[in-house]
Design a protein around this ligand. Structure first.
Ligand SMILES: Cc1ncc(COP(=O)(O)O)c(C=O)c1O
Length: 406
């Protein structure tokens, strides 16, 4: 399919280019020392992703340890509650071991670390899902693991902090700034700069310098490959629309990559939080501008000094002032539509899915559910596949404390 002069038959092979660019977005804006470390990672990745031993090891892990393939569920009662004939489906990444899609790239990144002879893996986490997934991968492969997390998120996501510690990871509290995801990324990046010879930074999304946006997308593409085949087998056709929430954008890129070359409407949903004022949301693609942060060029929310702006979302995992460079590119060319959903609709969707389908979604994923429901009302007919990126167990305490049981 040709869309806006881009040939999507060959898109995944051609993007990013050899320097990690998706159009003008992406690249690697880091100190020279670190650049050498990134080149080593790129070279190792290109070697192992062609190695049949690595591919079959990752396939075995996905099947025997992660529980893949994850199913697609038809959301019958939710569809009936909308009542206009639109059929809603969910790709169940919540059923992945550890409860979210993050393990898809963590097992790949940790296997790469092992192959490169690294002793330690370092990462940041917001909602704690990436931290738990990486701590799991570290335990599985026998690697040391340091996870950086802001004080605010440590309090909000206490069950995940306990899980990381039980799994043997060292959780490093980040006490500066807003004490959320952006500061955690800053701190993890600083630690990696000191330890890059013996450690590898396992970025938690399709962000950061090249090769991470490409590598994380490739590891996550299993979601889209499975979903396309499963949906066609289930219904005999493609969905009319697919929806995923976008923080850094890894679950979304995983799902989208399977459908970019199809006549399917694709929606990436950012958090509108409390409203449109700067500081009240984290909708970087909708309200941001071009800029460099954490080693890559993308669209970001800036303050009056051009620095990353403070951001907010009820979902810790979406609380980031930028998004992956590939999302900026897909946004610019119009192949993916990016829209927003606020906290209130998200929390309503959280309870609605729980009550109607027996699935408690992560607050991050509830953004996609809320948008899927809204889109269904607007579409009037057809089918929508929602990426249920994770389950809500981690959010129980926070939801009960803040919203009570509705
Ligand atoms: C369940 C879940 N979904 C989505 C996200 C957002 O990350 P990404 O945009 O990289 O998929 C997170 C981040 O922690 C998460 O835990």
């Amino acid at each position: 399919m040709i869309y806006n002069n881009i040939n999507f038959d060959t898109y995944l092979k051609n993007y990013p280019d050899k320097d990690g660019f998706f159009g003008k977005y992406g690249g690697s804006y880091i100190p020279a020392d670190l650049q050498k470390a990134m080149e080593e990672i790129t070279e190792a990745y290109f070697t192992i992703c062609k190695s049949s031993k690595f591919i079959s090891e990752l396939r075995r892990i996905r099947k025997e340890f992660q529980g893949r393939p994850t199913p697609i569920s038809y959301l019958e009662r939710l569809s009936n509650s909308i009542g206009n004939g639109v059929q809603l489906y969910a790709k169940r990444e919540d059923l992945n071991h550890t409860g979210a899609h993050k393990l898809n790239h963590c097992m790949g990144e940790a296997l790469l670390a092992k192959y490169m002879g690294k002793k330690k893996i370092i990462a940041e986490t917001g909602a704690g899902q990436h931290g738990v997934a990486l701590a799991t991968a570290a335990a599985y492969f026998g690697l040391e693991c340091d996870i950086y997390m802001g004080t605010v998120d440590i309090k909000k996501q206490a069950p995940n902090v306990a899980r990381m510690k039980i799994l043997g990871a060292n959780v490093v509290e980040v006490t500066h700034g807003l004490q959320t995801l952006k500061e955690a990324v800053d701190a993890a990046f600083d630690a990696y700069c000191k330890e890059y010879k013996t450690a590898i930074y396992c970025i938690g999304s399709v962000v950061g310098p090249h090769p991470f946006p490409m590598m994380v997308r490739d590891f996550q593409s299993v979601v889209g490959i499975e979903a396309r085949e499963q949906f066609c087998n289930m219904t005999g056709e493609l969905p009319d629309a697919i929806v995923a929430c976008v923080g850094g954008g890894s679950n979304a890129m995983g799902l989208f990559s399977g459908f970019l070359n199809d006549p399917v409407d694709i929606y990436g949903i950012e958090p509108l939080g409390r409203g449109t004022a700067l500081g009240d949301h984290a909708a970087s693609l909708k309200y941001g501008e071009e800029g460099i942060m954490h080693g890559f060029n993308s669209i970001m929310l800036k303050d009056e000094n051009g620095e990353p702006a403070p951001v907010y979302s009820v979902a810790s995992g979406l609380d980031y002032p930028s998004s992956g460079p590939e999302h900026a590119f897909l946004h610019e060319m119009g192949r993916v539509k990016y829209d927003v959903i606020g906290d209130d609709e998200t929390i309503d969707a959280f309870f609605t899915l729980s009550r109607l389908e027996g699935i408690i979604p992560a607050i991050e994923s509830s953004h996609a559910v809320a948008y899927g429901m809204k889109l269904a009302r607007e579409m009037g007919k057809g089918s929508i596949l929602i990426n249920l990126s994770g389950r809500g167990d981690k959010d129980m305490d926070y939801i009960i404390e803040k919203y009570g049981i509705r």
